[in-house]
Design a binder for this molecule. Structure first.
Ligand code: 5GP
Length: 120
């Protein structure tokens, strides 16, 4: 009998496992960050917990608030390195607002963003 999980790994787990290439800009034992494959801003990085336990930021905040705080801290480090310290942080939550990967991730947007809009 086979006891392998039937749950497919998320695309981000496959990046962590180096099964899919990505331009990785940060990594520690719990978090990885890399360039978005379809950038919507001059700087567009994804900050992702290595665990796929949390589908969205609400689950993450409830289940591991320290990990959420660490993701924000990494966003600031990346913004310091790539965007003069300024950044916009987006967590899409739900299909109807455009979430496509149900493994929580923060979009870090920077560079010259249009003023007066929260869109990307
Ligand atoms: P969401 O729409 O779920 O908030 O964001 C998912 C993001 O992941 C999208 O911006 C999409 O471009 C990015 N993405 C999806 N697949 C890959 C991939 O294989 N590599 C990278 N680097 N980004 C990806």
């Amino acid at each position: 009998m086979c006891y392998m999980s039937t749950t497919e790994p998320t695309v981000f787990e496959r990046i962590v496992a180096r099964e899919i290439p990505a331009t990785i800009v940060y990594e520690d034992d719990r978090i990885i960050a890399f360039q978005d494959i379809v950038p919507k801003a001059p700087v567009h990085l994804l900050v992702v917990p290595k665990t796929s336990e949390f589908a969205n930021v609400t689950e993450l905040a409830a289940g591991d608030p320290q990990l959420l705080a660490d993701i924000v801290a990494v966003a600031q480090i990346l913004a310091d390195d790539h965007s003069g310290g300024n950044y916009r942080l987006i967590f899409n939550t739900g299909e109807r607002v455009g979430q496509t990967v149900f493994h929580v991730h923060a979009h870090v947007l920077g560079g010259a963003l249009s003023e007066g809009t929260l869109g990307f």
